[in-house]
Design a protein. Structure first.
Length: 318
C-alpha cells in the first residue's frame, strides 16, 4: 500500500525581493512499513524536503507547491489547524540534534508526557505508565529513574532514545528522522539503527530517514533517494542503487566510502561544492562537477525517468 506519495514538490522563498527555489520537482512514493533513506551532501535539500512534507516551510514564509498525499489525504490543501492535528499524531518528526532538541529545565519524562497530552485525552497516571512502557520498549534501562532526570544527566544515546520516544508516544503512522545519529559514536549509532528497524517491523510504521551516512542507509533502508542541489537524481531499491548506481553523483558518493585494505592516497573525493540555492547552474545542476558532462548537460535539465532494473534516474545519459 502506497501511503505517502510526493509529486513535483517544490518550495519557494522570497530572498532580497527575488524568488529562490531550494528544492524543485521532488517525486517519490513510500509504502507502509517501509524504510526510505534520503542521502546527499549538505545543502542538497534533504531536511527541507522533510519540512515541506510536514507543512513546516510555510511557517517561515515559504510557499509549497506540488502534491503530498498521505493515506489518501492531500496535505497541501488542508488548513494549518488540520495539519497541526496530523503532526505528532500521524506524522512524527525526530529533529537533527538530540543534544539541543530537549528543554534543559524540564525532566525528560515530563517532556514526553507533554506530547502525549497534546493529542490524547488521558490521565496523568495513565500517561506516565504509557511513557514508561514505551521507554522499556526502546531499551532504556532503569526507565523510572531516567523519567525523573534532566537532559544534561543523560548520555547522547539516551537523549536520542528520549527524542524517539517523544515522536512515538502517540503511535504515528509515519516517522521522519532527520540525521538521528549525527552526534553519536558508532556503537550507539548501530543500536539506534537496530531500534529503528525493530520499530518498523513491530509497529508497522513507515520511516523516512535522512542521513549523510551511506553505511546507515545500506544497513536499514528498503529504498534510497539521492538528492543533489534541490533535485532528486536517483531513486530505487537499496540493492539496485548500491550495487549498480546509475547517476554519476551516486557513483561518486559511493566511491568516497573507505574500505578495509584500501591503499593510502586512493580515497576518492568529489571535486567542488554543492551550489547554494539561488546560484544553481543552468541545465543539469551536477554538470560543473561531473566528469561525463557535455553540452546537453549544460543547457538542458534532465527529468527523472524509469530505467532497466526498476530505478529512476535524472541523467541525459539515459
Amino acid at each position: 500500500m502506497t501511503f505517502l506519495k510526493v509529486k513535483d514538490l517544490e518550495v519557494e522563498f522570497q530572498v532580497d525581493k527575488r524568488s529562490v527555489k531550494p528544492i524543485e520537482k521532488i517525486s517519490f512514493e513510500m509504502n507502509e512499513g517501509e524504510i526510505l533513506g534520503m542521502v546527499g551532501e549538505t545543502g542538497s535539500g534533504k531536511s527541507l524536503t522533510a519540512h515541506a512534507i510536514m507543512g513546516l516551510s510555510t511557517l517561515v514564509g515559504g510557499k509549497i507547491r506540488g502534491s503530498v498525499t498521505f493515506q489518501d489525504q492531500e496535505l497541501l490543501s488542508i488548513s494549518q489547524k488540520e495539519m497541526q492535528s496530523i503532526r505528532g499524531s500521524q506524522i512524527a518528526f525526530i529533529p537533527q540534534n538530540p543534544m539541543t532538541s530537549l528543554d534543559p529545565v524540564y525532566r525528560v519524562g515530563d517532556q514526553i508526557v507533554e506530547g502525549l497530552f497534546k493529542h490524547v485525552k488521558i490521565s496523568k497516571l495513565k500517561a506516565k505508565q504509557q511513557v514508561l512502557d514505551l521507554m522499556e520498549e526502546l531499551h532504556i534501562p532503569k526507565s523510572n529513574q531516567v523519567f525523573q532526570q534532566y537532559p544534561h544527566q543523560l548520555s547522547g544515546g539516551l537523549k536520542q532514545r528520549i527524542v524517539i520516544a517523544m515522536g512515538l508516544c502517540v503511535h504515528p503512522k509515519l516517522l521522519i528522522a532527520d540525521e538521528p545519529t549525527t552526534a553519536l559514536d558508532v556503537t550507539v549509532q548501530a543500536q539506534i539503527m537496530r531500534l529503528f528497524r525493530e520499530m518498523t517491523v513491530d509497529r508497522g510504521i513507515g520511516l523516512f530517514l535522512i542521513t549523510h551516512d551511506l553505511g546507515v542507509i545500506a544497513q536499514v533502508c528498503d529504498k534510497v533517494a539521492v538528492m543533489y542541489a534541490g533535485n532528486m537524481v536517483e531513486f530505487g531499491k537499496i540493492d539496485t542503487v548500491f550495487n549498480t548506481p546509475s547517476h554519476p553523483y551516486t557513483k561518486a558518493l559511493l566511491d568516497c566510502i573507505p574500505y578495509i585494505g584500501m591503499k593510502k592516497g586512493t580515497l576518492s573525493a568529489i571535486y567542488g561544492n554543492v551550489p547554494g540555492a539561488g546560484t544553481y547552474p543552468s541545465g543539469c545542476r551536477y554538470h560543473p562537477r561531473c566528469p561525463h558532462s557535455n553540452e546537453q548537460c549544460e543547457n538542458s535539465m534532465p527529468t527523472l525517468i524509469q530505467i532497466e532494473g526498476g530505478s529512476q534516474v535524472a541523467c541525459h545519459k539515459y
